[in-house]
Unconditional design. Structure first.
Lengths: 490, 494
């Protein structure tokens, strides 16, 4: 492995500025690695080596100029390679959402999150694999093949941001954007042994994020440690005039120091998140990590989030309901492939019938049903009411504790094909991640151990609204005193 | 409609849904320009948002909300401090997102009223709700070389619309027409749109049902679409009432359905039955937070509302002593009413009635000749006042004034200039007029004889001859006075 792809963001940024290596060398190192590994892992659906190298050369010129006469600030991410989940629009690059129905679609606009990072100097390496329209927990629902877990190629990387998590774990990108609708950043981060942030709903613009569940979707980041995540997060967060659901609150400049003293922190442990059937090593690793936080000075309290068990049914009514409308635009009329037919309806039926995958169709039908006349109150309406109760669970808990520590998934990465015939078993994978999306609260994920098969185990910290900084600080203290996040797959 | 005797046993119950485009600069949820989609090149005002591209999001146009609030206030509605957008789901190629963003459970405003005037007097129509939504694109179906194509123009997709729904308070085609016209006047007054039905900026859909007079129960209703003029509206409702009454009298049932108006055949035809109706699966639009209206902003809009046609009509009657007809004609259009009031203000020496007569008579006539719309720029208020003032002073006579106004209208010149140019100034000089009178009497001895024999009506004829000789410039009062003096003199001599 080239030494360059081992560097974290701080290493990349400092090395570039000091002239220890050129941006071109850095980008080349990544593409060499992608070339040698990615036909096995399948993290990327699209790469743009030519474009990235062209930008790298521009960065090198800028850096040379700056080193001659260092004046003014350089863009904070100048020359930083970035992978982007294929549900986020990058101008000029195909955006398939892992679906055949968007095959060949090239958006003429950048997602706001992407745009802000490009303005900060980042270079997009390519687009990463995802479950079709982010619907899934394993990337097995991608129409372009499953992504393999770099820790064990027979295992799934988690999902739906499995491509981004695998890319970061396999050092095919130092940092990657993902999205989290029901756990899609945190769960793959956990399965691939990397760090991830799911910001507060409304903190990062959704403009240019191809919608799945609009009231749940959040753009997040996957990376090697909290410092890297914090840097990217603070650059892409903030109110966006193009997204009316973003909140106009100042984004703090997040400074993570060497302090590991957590004595002012109260950590809640929700009893509902430790359920029978959990893989014992997962539970043990989580309990150990919580103990570690306690050793750093944190006060640990048991809390209750009583409506946790309803998160799954509530999510699988609300997300599909929103999806059923969000995905109505894929009709073969304006973009994407169109399957012929004489009559208008034939075009609709054939295009959607043949180009959507089975999980997408399942959720469209679920959602359509939940919104139908006569069923709305019993399903969608009721789900919204219970969602409020779930939100209130968190509000009550955060009156007592500062953050909530919990497992991300009941198991480590499962085998490819293990759940494909049983959608319900697959849905159960999300049981610990869904509540944060339903409530809209932020969460970070980070590795806290490995099981006997050498598969990573992740833990999440959930925080109160807009308290991402606190989550970063606590997880950073954990990472300063542990080395799980430094381990790499062979 | 033929008034049939048995119709009297039945009563029509009609509610009206109106879709009004908002004349904002940009669309409802994006910054695309609103263009006239009847003339603009197709798909020139389209962006990723209104084309429903993946990943884009709507942002509410504040100007559209403001216009919506204006209308809601004009209709005396209760404005909801917080309203919600919702998605109305259905598939159609002119609907790029596969859903229309509309309002459903909590609309912008509700419980309003509009007073209309019909041949039977005033009537209050209750407004159930006013809500904001976005328009769809437009499909054109063409046949080329034996193959049919559907072309999609998205210029109109995302243009802001207001939907205005009445309670079923209307009972006749005449009332429906009066409601529609009154509403149109208000839309124009409030600057919400041009009111041009041909261009589809107002789309009216009446829901018609009939029942036996005295019955409490509502009959099955049908909805009429494709109405692009007030005439079509009135005719279609009349037709539909009669059709339904006939069905009931024959012991048959009215089917709940949507019917289209066929202008050439003069009848409504079935388009879509209830069974084929969509389940729109409304749910709150997750991309838009609730629309919260700041009370201070509402108050600001309320203060900026113009005086509305009905109030203005009443004021014109009391303040200017106009009759109901003149007051109505002058207040239907805000631009006309403003013109009238400006003229009155500039000419306190003239009677408002005179000014009203000139506007409603001559000026309307001239405007009509060139296509209808009242354009105050053709004859600025100052010019009209100037003209009417010289008329009042007797510098010119009525006939000349009319000719001058027509000239002003086409040339844009002002009255004094035209009077000077053409030498149209009225002659009141006694001796000059006496000369013309003598000339006329001298040249027409036979008529003078007949007059002297007792046919006094000839005095009018002499008057006309004098005026003609004078080229219309003679002061008619002076002519009349001198003519009578000379005729009297002749009588004495005879």
């Amino acid at each position: 492995m080239s030494e360059l792809t081992k560097l974290n963001l701080q290493g990349v940024i400092q090395g570039l500025r000091r002239g220890e290596f050129s941006c071109r060398e850095l980008i080349q190192a990544y593409f060499e690695r992608i070339q040698s590994l990615d036909f096995t892992i399948n993290a990327y659906l699209y790469t743009d080596e030519e474009g990235a190298l062209r930008k790298a050369e521009m960065v090198d010129r800028t850096l040379a100029e700056w080193r001659r006469s260092p004046q003014g600030e350089l863009p904070p991410l100048l020359g930083v390679p970035l992978a982007v989940k294929d549900v986020l629009c990058v101008k000029g690059m195909p955006c398939t959402c892992g679906s055949k129905i968007l095959e060949g679609f090239v958006p003429p606009y950048n997602a706001t999150s992407v745009q802000k990072l490009l303005e900060a100097g980042a270079i997009v390496l390519g687009k990463t694999n995802t479950d079709e329209f982010a619907m899934g927990s394993s990337t097995e629902n991608s129409a372009y093949g499953v992504t393999r877990n770099p820790w064990n190629l027979n295992r799934v990387p988690g999902g739906s941001s499995g491509g981004s998590a695998a890319a970061v774990a396999a050092r095919l990108a130092p940092v990657a954007l993902g999205t989290d609708t029901g756990g899609s950043v945190r769960q793959p981060a956990s399965f691939c042994g990397v760090s991830g942030i799911k910001p507060t709903y409304g903190r990062v613009s959704r403009y240019g994020l191809v919608a799945y569940g609009s009231s749940l979707d959040v753009v997040g980041v996957l990376g090697r440690n909290m410092e890297d995540l914090a840097l990217v997060f603070e650059l892409m967060a903030g109110v966006d005039p193009r997204d009316a659901t973003t909140v106009d609150l100042p984004v703090p400049h997040i400074h993570l120091d060497r302090s590991t003293d957590l004595s002012a922190i109260r950590v809640g442990v929700p009893k509902e998140y430790f359920i029978p059937g959990m893989q014992p090593q997962v539970e043990a690793a989580i309990r150990q990590a919580i103990l570690h936080l306690q050793e750093l000075g944190a006060t640990v309290l048991e809390v209750s989030l009583p409506h946790t068990e309803y998160a799954l049914p509530v999510y699988y009514l609300i997300a599909p309901a929103e999806a059923s409308a969000n995905l109505a635009r894929y009709d073969g009329i304006r973009y994407g492939p169109r399957l012929g037919g004489e009559a208008m309806w034939e075009i609709f039926f054939r295009t959607r019938g043949e180009k959507f995958g089975p999980e997408v169709k399942r959720r469209i039908m679920l959602g359509t049903y939940a919104l139908s006349a006569g069923y709305y109150d019993a399903y969608y309406g009721k789900a919204q009411k219970v969602r409020t109760l779930i939100k209130q669970d968190f509000e009550r808990a955060f009156q007592i504790v500062d953050v909530i520590a919990a497992p991300i998934a009941p198991t480590t990465a499962f085998a490819i094909g293990e759940h494909t015939d049983d959608p319900l078993a697959m849905y159960l994978e999300d049981v610990f991640t869904l509540p944060a999306n339903l409530a809209g609260v932020p969460g970070v994920a980070f590795p806290v151990g490995f099981d006997q098969q050498g598969l990573p185990i992740g833990m999440q910290l959930m925080g109160n609204y807009f308290q991402e900084e606190l989550l970063f600080r606590i997880a950073h203290a954990y990472q300063l005193t542990t080395d799980w996040h430094l381990r790499t797959p062979q | 409609m033929v008034e049939v005797e048995w119709m009297a046993d039945y009563e029509a119950v009609i509610g009206v849904e109106v879709h009004a485009e908002l004349a904002t600069r940009s669309k409802m949820f994006c910054s695309c320009a609103v263009v006239d989609s009847t003339i603009a090149e197709p798909n020139i005002a389209v962006c990723p948002v209104c084309a429903g591209m993946p990943g884009v999001l709507p942002v509410v146009n504040r100007a559209a909300v403001e216009l919506g609030v204006r209308l809601a206030l004009a209709l005396e509605c209760e404005i909801l401090p917080q309203s919600f957008f919702a998605r109305k789901n259905y598939f159609y190629p002119d609907l790029p997102k596969g859903y229309q963003i509309s309002q459903y459970e909590q609309p912008l405003a509700r419980n309003g009223r509009l007073v209309i005037l019909t041949s039977k007097g005033e009537k209050t129509v209750r407004i159930r709700r006013v809500h904001l939504e976005e328009d769809t694109g437009k499909l054109t179906h063409i046949l080329k070389d034996g193959v049919s194509y559907s072309l999609i123009d998205l210029n109109r997709a995302g243009v802001p619309l207001l939907e205005i729904v009445t309670e079923p308070d209307l009972n006749s085609a005449e009332e429906v027409r009066a409601y529609a016209m009154t509403l149109r006047n208000i839309l124009r007054y409030c600057g919400i749109n041009s009111g041009d039905m041909q261009k589809g900026v107002i789309r009216i859909e009446p829901n018609v049902s009939v029942r036996k007079r005295g019955s409490e129960q509502l009959g099955t209703r049908t909805e009429i679409k494709n109405l692009n003029s007030f005439r079509a509206l009135e005719r279609s409702v009349a037709y539909e009432i009669e059709r339904q009454v006939r069905l009931l009298r024959e012991g048959r049932e009215v089917v709940q359905e949507t019917r289209g108006w066929d202008e050439s055949q003069g009848k409504t035809v079935s388009q879509r039955s209830k069974e084929e109706a969509h389940d729109y699966r409304y749910f709150p639009e997750p991309d838009l937070p609730p629309l919260t209206l700041d009370p201070a902003w509402l108050e600001e809009i309320r203060r900026s509302l113009p005086e509305l046609p009905m109030a203005r009509r009443r004021r014109f009657q009391t303040q200017y002593g106009l009759n109901a007809y003149d007051a109505e004609v002058l207040t239907n259009e805000r631009v006309v009413a403003d013109y009238f009031e400006a003229a009155v203000a500039q000419a306190p020496h003239l009677s408002p009635k005179t000014i009203a007569n000139w506007i409603c008579g001559e000026l309307f006539g001239l405007m009509n000749q060139v296509g209808g719309e009242f354009d105050p720029g053709r004859v600025p208020v100052e010019s009209l006042v100037e003209l009417l003032s010289v008329l009042d002073k007797g510098t010119i006579n009525q006939l000349t004034a009319k000719a001058i106004l027509a000239e002003m209208f086409t040339s844009g010149k002002r009255a004094p200039e035209l009077i000077r140019e053409k030498g149209l100034e009225q002659v009141s000089d006694q001796s000059q007029i006496a000369g013309w009178v003598s000339q006329v009497l001298g040249e027409n001895p036979e008529q003078v004889q007949t007059y002297l024999k007792g046919k006094e009506a000839l005095e009018q004829w002499f008057f006309g001859q004098v005026m003609r000789l004078a080229g219309g410039k003679a002061n008619p009062k002076v002519v009349q006075q001198i003519l009578r003096e000379q005729l009297n003199k002749l009588k004495e001599q005879a």
